[in-house]
Design a protein around this ligand. Structure first.
Ligand code: FES
Length: 148
């Protein structure tokens, strides 16, 4: 699901919609994270004012929960299957080479997944929600390069 670009007015509306709940801070943070894919520093004063908290309190909670990122997520996500059937078909070595090859690509988040349901035709991966099977280095590179 694509996230919206950060927008202070929209953030303020999201915060206001949750502000009267008991223990509103976590629901607010989750709602902002859901909308924008992260909770940037710019959200802290908006939240603090709406919930009558100090900026330090809000910031402390954001940094305590590692699930909350303060920077936007990369626009692309590559999920490499690291489960047994794909491993047996060379997936582990391909994953290692891919990690090395794409190390400089800040626009791609690379994640491990454990089975994509394509075990008979691994190594398998998912790029931006699209499944790909029978991968080798060239095919995987072509899929990633096609996205820019
Ligand atoms: S083990 Fe990779 S798709 Fe099932």
């Amino acid at each position: 699901m694509p996230f919206a670009h950060w927008n202070a007015d929209r953030a303020a509306a999201i915060v206001a919609a949750q502000a009267n709940r008991e223990g509103a801070l976590l629901p607010v943070l989750h709602a902002l994270d859901h909308a924008f894919g992260h909770v940037p520093d710019a959200a802290v004063p908006i939240i603090a004012q709406a919930l009558n908290l100090s900026r330090a309190e809000v910031h402390g909670v954001i940094s305590f929960y590692h699930d909350f990122k303060t920077t936007p997520p990369p626009p692309h996500v590559l999920k490499l299957c690291r489960a047994e059937a794909c491993q047996a078909r060379g997936g582990e070595a391909m994953a290692a080479r891919t990690l090395a090859r794409l190390a400089d690509r800040a626009d791609i988040a690379i994640e491990a997944v454990y089975c994509l349901g394509l075990c008979a035709s691994g190594p398998a991966a998912m790029f931006d929600g699209r499944l790909a099977a029978r991968l080798d280095d060239d095919r995987l590179t072509a899929i990633v390069e096609a996205a820019g």
